[in-house]
Design a protein around this ligand. Structure first.
Ligand SMILES: Cc1ncc(COP(=O)(O)O)c(C=O)c1O
Length: 450
């Protein structure tokens, strides 16, 4: 009998040929590390709603949802219309436009603590600027980040992203930069307090719901205590809501947990699926970027920021169209309900099939872990081993992903995550659960499960 990997490869000759061309010109043949996998990635020809189709004619329910950016699914009619209308009016004016003002006003009306907005292109840029603003404002240098938390690709946040945490996730990062990045254990307030006692800390940054999209979930009580601690110490609290923003609730994790940060990093959903991002937060902090017309202050104390595509009208139009829908919270409430149902049903599959493992997460995000149950991993009590959760389930994770693709479901393979989107309904949940069941059976037949 053919293996899962053989079945995958044999049914995708056009993707195989495209990948053979791609590796000649692009490192690993991909544009994003997360899209590289063996034997070769599939190539998508089109997408619509909750689905996408590859060049070999296979259909997938898309639980990767534009890396989480497509909160409303592919080609939502309102977003598509806004993009088409704006494209006719021009995509980049090298000038200000009304639509960017509308976008900023909308964000401020939705996101807790958003008094000011600075637009940019990517989540990476927002976390870099947030840290620089915090340093300029406090006059301090150190940054506290947490084990396994991901904040994009700039040097300061390359520490402790993946196990082993003591090795930066990338080569080429100056040790002098990493010397100012202090790494805290998840959900450990005593450890954070110790770091704040011992260093001049400008900011604490974290993904509020947990490391790498809840791979290591955050204890809500810890989040509240961290807010209090940072406020008492005059340390800037930065929430990286690149994934959770507009997803967990209209006002993101801040609304969901009732905790407001000083600075919030938004990307993905904020721009309706186009490349746009925003750093938002307290007016006095964002004021560090304001040009005041005082030459000395503007040259020596101001935080500089500019990007060719920042706040450009095409991106703003998509952002406004999406946020006008997301602002009521209705899409999020329905997706959170579907997320609970999906995680519950996938866990029921594991139980019925007698496979140790769990599907955890919150809101419209799920993470699959085979090999240990939630109790054993310490998830319900937040007493977790970040290293174990970060390592995930090992090679079986890749085979499970291939099996799910064979059964018509894609998700983020790296940490076995899925992000649902607003084009999904009960029907899609049932299809994903069914695909999971068939994939688990196939893995067992192939003796891939312990
Ligand atoms: C929590 C978090 N922060 C920052 C980023 C970086 O965002 P971008 O890829 O837009 O630079 C990501 C990307 O996935 C993310 O998940």
């Amino acid at each position: 009998m053919a293996t899962i990997e053989q079945d995958y490869a044999d049914a995708r000759p056009k993707s195989k040929a495209l990948h053979a061309r791609a590796v000649q010109r692009m490192p690993s043949g991909v544009a994003h590390d997360g899209r590289s996998f063996a034997p070769f990635p599939f190539y998508v020809a089109r997408a619509d709603g909750a689905r996408k189709w590859d060049v070999d004619g296979h259909e997938y329910i898309d639980c990767w949802s534009g890396h989480g950016a497509l909160m409303l699914g592919h080609n939502h009619p309102a977003v598509l219309k806004a993009i088409q209308e704006q494209a006719r009016l021009g995509t980049h004016y090298s000038a200000c436009s009304e639509i960017e003002v509308r976008w900023a006003e909308l964000i401020c009306s939705i996101v807790p603590g958003a008094e000011r907005v600075r637009f940019m292109m990517t989540g990476t840029e927002t976390t870099a600027l947030a840290i620089r603003v915090a340093r300029a404002f406090t006059g301090r240098q150190h940054l506290v980040k947490f084990e396994a938390h991901f904040h994009g690709l700039h040097d300061a946040v390359m520490a402790a992203v993946k196990d082993p945490f003591e090795i930066p996730v990338s080569a080429g990062v100056p040790p002098s930069t990493l010397a100012t990045t202090l790494v805290a254990r998840n959900n450990d307030l005593a450890h954070v307090t110790e770091l704040l006692d011992d260093h001049e800390v400008a900011a604490v940054i974290l993904e509020p719901a947990g490391a790498r999209s809840m791979t290591v979930p955050t204890d809500p009580a810890f989040l509240k205590a961290l807010r209090q601690l940072t406020r008492e110490r005059g340390v800037i609290l930065i929430f990286d809501e690149v994934v959770t923003g507009f997803r967990m609730a209209a006002g993101g994790a801040q609304e969901y947990y009732g905790v407001t940060a000083d600075l919030t990093c938004l990307a993905k959903a904020v721009a309706g699926g186009l490349p746009g991002a925003a750093l938002v937060g307290r007016a006095d902090l964002l004021d560090a970027i304001t040009l005041k017309g005082d030459a000395k202050r503007d040259r020596t104390q101001r935080v500089a920021d500019q990007g060719t595509f920042s706040g450009t009208p095409l991106i703003a139009a998509a952002g406004v169209a999406a946020l006008e829908i997301l602002k009521t919270g209705q899409v999020q409430r329905e997706l959170n309900r579907l997320g609970d149902r999906l995680r519950g049903a996938m866990n029921a599959v594991l139980k019925t099939r007698g496979v140790p493992g769990c599907v955890y997460g919150a809101s419209s995000i799920f993470r699959i872990f085979l090999g240990a149950g939630a109790e054993e991993l310490g998830i319900p009590t937040y007493r977790m081993d970040a290293t174990r959760l970060d390592r995930g389930m090992g090679p079986v994770g890749g085979t499970l992903h291939l099996a799910m693709l064979l059964n018509g479901v894609d998700y983020s393979r790296g940490a076995s995550h899925g992000w649902m989107n607003g084009a999904m309904s009960e029907k899609h949940v049932d299809l994903v659960v069914d695909a999971f069941d068939r994939s688990i059976v196939r893995l067992r037949e192939e003796k891939q499960l312990a």
